[in-house]
Design a protein around this ligand. Structure first.
Ligand code: CAO
Length: 561
């Protein structure tokens, strides 16, 4: 028997801490670093790890005891390692993990492990850099829709490497360095998250030994999941452009390849079993991606949230889904996967439609004078390089109405039973693009002039069509305008872009006879369709809103008042 003391390690500055949970008992078999007991510091719960693999002989502390760094809390027999452990039978993953680690170690000095980023080499005044996916504004698993470079291509810093399609937009991932593409690790359709390996670049630099491997052994080799070794990470930190602060991470991991191992201690495995959590789907935040208790809890929390959101969407809050017949019995058909944007838009539409009690209020605005003024500005617009369409007038009129009737500039928090009143006026504009509907947002519309709004809306619409909108440019709207006026139609019932509470649909202006009390006059009438959330807005206010819009658009001098 080789008896080894289990001592309290460095507690990160904490003095005396209380034992709050014993995670093993005498006779239990453990692996090195498996948690033995949990202590509570004034800031967090910490699991104390086993110093080695073996069988627990005894624990010398009990729940409630106070311990400090260096105290002995038990002893372990490390002579027989962990073979024949009691929990090995119900801990198959633990064995898989041991095997994988052993395999990795043996590979450390021999063949390179293809699953790990290649070690950096310096070669003839150049170095190899592994480019990782930067933060994606908090999004995970974003599909690659286009690879913009091939092996052998030379790229400049900031050149687009790949295009990914997020929930709402397509984004290009720029190269952090100039260099030559050695290897591309991703393919179209792959799903990427922050930190994933994208490609390998040879980057020219001064000096450097020829063909000298900077790291070779397993300990220094880069860890899994695209994490780089420390020297590389430090070098990249200096070389790479500064990224915005990391976004909160998803608790859910990519589905694992068959036979993949899970890295976690027995207590964590037990918790996952009790909660029915699939450990292969949990992203570990501990060293070497070890899964911690918090990871299990966060995973379960996120699954519950998704289930709540998902059930409202998928089942329509209890409404039976639409059954599809086999269409091929009626004729030839083709099937095509929905783009991510289409499926997300569909889910959002359904969510809004099911959650928001919609009512639509209609009104015609007499824009005869407004159009005369707009047309008079054509030459000025040409000089400025900006086209004045009816949209900037609509934006300005809506900003006026939102300021005057602030019950339209709210969101409802039904869980907390709160009305959130916004002290800013940002308006989204629905843009029809070949990839689907996108809604960029113009900020502080009330503070901007017509030319500024014309220029900004044209620029954002173009960016939307070119798939160049950033996620931040599509967030924060208080209200949306959806204009089909350039296309046609006399009226429609737009769906509120929840959690906003109203949306203005605009149809095509048409010349119509209007009775002025003694005769019919030809007037240009603009059909407005205001859909609103009847929980937040009552019908009288909706009529006030569209009347005000009609009044302001009928006499745009009122915009100056
Ligand atoms: N009535 C009559 N003509 C109108 C009009 C209206 N309500 N609105 C615009 N027009 C005219 C413009 O003046 C322009 O004519 P000219 O070239 O002769 O000046 C022409 O229609 C085209 O305008 P536009 O569409 O390029 O510009 P816009 O500023 O009016 O609209 C945008 C910009 C982004 C809103 C629009 O291009 C767009 O994408 N609309 C579709 C939005 C959509 O799909 N909504 C549906 C959402 S629900 O599924």
């Amino acid at each position: 028997m080789s008896e080894q003391e289990i001592r309290v390690p460095d507690l990160g500055g904490a003095d005396e801490v209380e034992v709050i949970e014993l995670l093993v008992s005498a006779g239990d078999s453990v692996e090195a670093e498996d948690p033995i007991l949990t202590v509570e510091t004034d800031k967090a719960s910490v699991e104390l790890p086993s110093p080695g693999a073996g069988k627990i002989i005894k624990l010398t502390v009990k729940v409630g005891d106070k311990v400090k760094e260096g105290d002995v809390v038990g002893t372990i027999d490390s002579s027989g390692e962990s073979s024949g452990s009691d929990d090995s039978a119900d801990e198959p993953e633990a064995k898989a993990e041991e095997k994988t680690e052993a395999e990795s170690s043996s590979k450390g000095g021999a063949e390179p492990d293809a699953s790990k980023p290649a070690p950096k080499k310096k070669s003839g005044g150049s170095r190899t850099e592994v480019v990782l996916v930067p933060p994606l504004d908090g999004m995970e698993d974003v599909p690659v829709i286009e690879i913009n470079v091939s092996e052998g291509d030379t790229v400049e810093a900031d050149d687009a490497l790949v295009t990914v399609e997020s929930d709402k937009a397509s984004m290009e991932i720029p190269s952090p360095f100039g260099g030559k593409v050695v290897k591309v690790f991703v393919a179209e359709g792959d799903k990427l998250s922050e930190g994933d390996k994208l490609l390998e670049l040879t980057v020219a630099e001064d000096g450097g030994d020829d063909d000298v491997e900077e790291s070779g052994d397993q300990d220094d080799a880069p860890a899994e999941s695209g994490q780089e070794s420390k020297p590389e990470a430090e070098a990249d930190e200096k070389a790479a452009p500064k990224e915005p602060a990391a976004q909160p991470q998803s608790a859910v991991s990519e589905p694992p390849p068959p036979g993949a191992s899970v890295h976690a201690g027995p207590a964590v495995r037990k918790l996952a079993r009790e909660l029915g959590a699939d450990m292969t789907r949990i992203k570990g935040s501990g060293p070497k991606s070890r899964i911690l208790k918090d990871d299990v809890q966060n995973y379960v929390k996120s699954q519950l949230q998704q289930a709540q959101q998902g059930s409202a969407v998928a089942t329509g809050s209890g409404i039976p889904g639409v059954k599809l017949p086999d269409f091929s019995q009626f004729g030839d058909i083709e099937k095509e996967a929905m783009s991510r944007m289409m499926s997300v838009t569909a889910a959002n539409m359904q969510r809004s439609w099911l959650n928001v009690p919609h009512v639509t209020q209609f009104e015609d605005a007499d824009i005869t004078d407004m159009e005369a003024f707009r047309k008079s500005q054509k030459a000025a617009g040409e000089k400025k390089g900006v086209k004045m369409t009816p949209l900037p007038f609509l934006l300005k009129a809506c900003a006026t109405a939102l300021a005057e009737l602030p019950q339209f500039n709210v969101s409802l928090d039904m869980e907390r039973k709160e009305v959130i009143r916004k002290q800013y006026i940002h308006i989204g504009i629905a843009v029809d693009t070949p990839n689907g509907l996108m809604v960029p947002v113009i900020r502080d519309v009330d503070k901007k002039g017509l030319w500024e709004l014309a220029a900004e809306s044209a620029e954002l619409a173009q960016k939307a069509r070119d798939k160049k909108l950033k996620p931040a440019e599509m967030q924060g709207a208080c209200f949306t305008i959806t204009s089909l006026g350039g296309i046609g139609g006399t009226a429609f019932t737009p769906i509120v872009n929840a959690p906003e509470v109203a949306i203005l649909g605009v149809s095509k202006a048409a010349m119509k006879p209007v009775w002025d009390g003694s005769e019919f006059q030809p007037r240009l009438l603009l059909p407005l369709s205001l859909s609103y959330d009847h929980r937040a807005v009552n019908g009288a206010d909706a009529a006030r809103f569209t009347s005000l819009l009609s009044q302001v658009l009928g006499d745009i001098r009122t915009l100056l008042l």
